[in-house]
Design a protein around this ligand. Structure first.
Ligand SMILES: [Zn+2]
Length: 557
């Protein structure tokens, strides 16, 4: 992280001075190169940084960049960028956890440009302002802007895994956060329709901070449609230019349960679950998790790669996370661990590089069943809970504690691009039926089917299923946050999915007889930062470690 000053030979010759062109100055500084020669760094008004191409070593350029008279800062690789920044800003301090940037050219620098140079994106402007609350937006010479390592561009030595933008509620736990969000609403009757009113805060957007937070709609078209509806109801013509303080009217039918008005059934149910969570003692197990059964499922696979965006697809990446969790649990604990699905070409190998979609995947029924996808009419999605229930049942028959059964399904979704970070689904008790019998699997020859093709749940089982799963989801979200992995900033734990007018609980956890069952949407592939994280083996490894830590933390010793 600390830059080698000797390498960069910082004894610069401040050479060509600035000259005034209209109101803007332009600045050219000569810097010493490691090759012994020198090159100019040119800071152009409103444009940014260029470096003189003639002397620049190839080792400073991104692959494939051709040398021209002037080379754009964006075409420099990490060594080139650090060199150019230090030539221009020799007074900057590069420390282990932050860079302290001292404004040198107030007539040229803006917070937007500082953000572009150091974080890689001008859009981090807001965040940079909130990290440096005492500094004015109009920069002054000598102002010291702090760029924390978590915001620093990866290529400049920043954290590879990027957390998402921060809000005042970020540090709160799930329940307190929802309470805080609820307090921001007021309820009102207008023209015979009931609304919750929300006043948009600075830096917030209707998609991410209203629809994704206060409703259960997450899919791009539905989020956009509801944003437009709310804008229309609120008398807004253009959703792109909503000013802070603007009152937004959300029709109450669209609100998620925790935000329904006082006296509503949905809110009452929500509170009941919350109260029960507090009264339900956490489960205990020995530190090595002996006597705990853990079933790991990786969504999709084989002919069904799942969601895809930003050059990534869901199946192989979540399968890799499940394998990493499996391997760590086997190494560090004595829990009974089983995987629901296996890719014959990969088995349980952990992969740092995933180059192509694995062609086949089998649900580990006996005999194994080739996965045929996850749409509601496919068999594979049902065989996952069926095989899981058969293992849970056998575990209990062999004197296992029914309460110590845990099921985790790993997925990645393709939501509205403004959503980012991990989201966890738990089985909302109202979305779990009393009984269910699978039909239409005629011709499917697996031994588990006759006995485990139907399930029943008592009201108590449905209720406790949600309570326990929420307890675990909370411990997981907390662990991810502690380990600086991005979590969905609004409501990271949800008990229902809304799609095309129907609310439902995903089948793998809906019909699952494990005591605790969750479905993790590790990342949103439509969000570029999330996709970049998921493609990074270090992220998958840290994610898997966090899951293992959360499992250990869930069972007190
Ligand atoms: Zn999925």
């Amino acid at each position: 992280m600390r830059l080698k000053v000797s390498l960069l030979t910082l004894c610069l010759v401040l050479w060509a001075s600035s000259w005034i062109r209209g109101q803007h100055a332009s600045m050219t500084v000569k810097g010493n190169l490691p090759t012994g020669s020198q090159a100019l760094v040119w800071f152009k008004p409103n444009e940014g940084i260029m470096v003189q191409g003639r002397a620049i070593p190839k080792g400073f350029l991104k692959p494939g960049v051709t040398i021209e008279t002037w080379i754009d800062y964006r075409d420099l690789n990490s060594d080139g960028k650090r060199w150019a920044l230090l030539v221009l800003f020799p007074k900057d301090e590069w420390k282990e956890n932050q860079v302290i940037h001292q404004v040198a050219y107030p007539e040229l620098e803006t917070v937007w440009l500082i953000s572009t140079f150091f974080t890689g994106h001008g859009q981090n402007y807001d965040e940079l302002m909130s990290i440096n609350p005492l500094l004015p937006e109009k920069v002054r010479k000598g102002d010291q802007w702090i760029i924390p390592r978590q915001l620093l561009a990866k290529e400049l030595g920043g954290l590879k895994i990027r957390p998402n933008k921060s809000s005042p509620e970020d540090s709160l736990d799930d329940e307190a956060k929802i309470e805080a969000y609820r307090r921001l609403l007021t309820y009102q009757l207008k023209a015979d329709e009931k609304y919750a009113i929300y006043h948009l805060r600075k830096g917030e957007a209707i998609y991410s901070d209203v629809v994704l937070r206060y409703t259960d709609r997450v899919f791009p078209l539905e989020v956009n449609a509801l944003s437009l509806l709310i804008a229309k109801k609120s008398g807004i013509r253009d959703v792109r230019i909503i000013k802070p303080g603007q009152a937004l009217l959300i029709p109450i039918d669209y609100l998620a349960s925790p935000f329904q008005p006082e006296g509503s059934v949905a809110l009452k149910d929500e509170k009941e679950v919350r109260d029960k969570i507090k009264q339900t003692e956490s489960l205990s197990a020995s530190p090595n998790l002996k006597g705990v059964a853990i079933i790991l499922d990786a969504g999709h696979g084989g002919i069904d790669p799942g969601a895809s965006a930003n050059g990534l697809w869901e199946s192989d990446f979540v399968y890799d996370i499940a394998n990493r969790v499996r391997s760590q649990l086997l190494k560090e604990t004595q829990a009974t661990v089983r995987n629901v699905i296996s890719y014959p070409g990969v088995r349980n190998t952990i992969r740092n590089r995933i180059k192509k979609i694995s062609p086949s995947a089998e649900i580990l029924t006996s005999p194994p069943y080739r996965n045929d996808g996850e749409n509601p009419s496919s068999v594979g999605v049902h065989l996952r809970w069926i095989v899981s229930n058969s293992w849970t049942s056998k575990f209990i028959s062999a004197q296992g504690d029914p309460k110590k059964t845990l099921f985790i399904s790993f997925h990645a979704d393709s939501l509205h691009p403004s959503a980012s970070g991990t989201m966890v689904y738990v089985p909302g008790s109202s979305g779990v039926p009393d009984r269910f019998q699978i039909r239409g699997l005629k011709g499917v020859q697996v031994n588990e089917l006759p006995k485990y093709g139907s399930v029943t749940f008592t009201p108590q089982e449905r209720f406790l299923g949600e309570v326990r799963s929420r307890q675990f989801a909370e411990s997981l979200i907390k662990k991810l946050a502690q380990n600086q992995l991005p979590i969905h900033k609004n409501r990271a734990i949800r008990n229902i999915i809304q799609r095309e007018g129907t609310a439902f609980v995903p089948a793998v956890i809906r019909y699952n007889k494990s005591s605790t069952k969750i479905l993790i949407e590790v990342a949103n592939l439509n969000n570029p930062v999330d996709a970049e994280n998921l493609s990074d083996p270090e992220f998958r490894s840290r994610f898997a470690e966090s899951v293992c830590e959360a499992i250990k933390g869930y069972f007190k010793n």
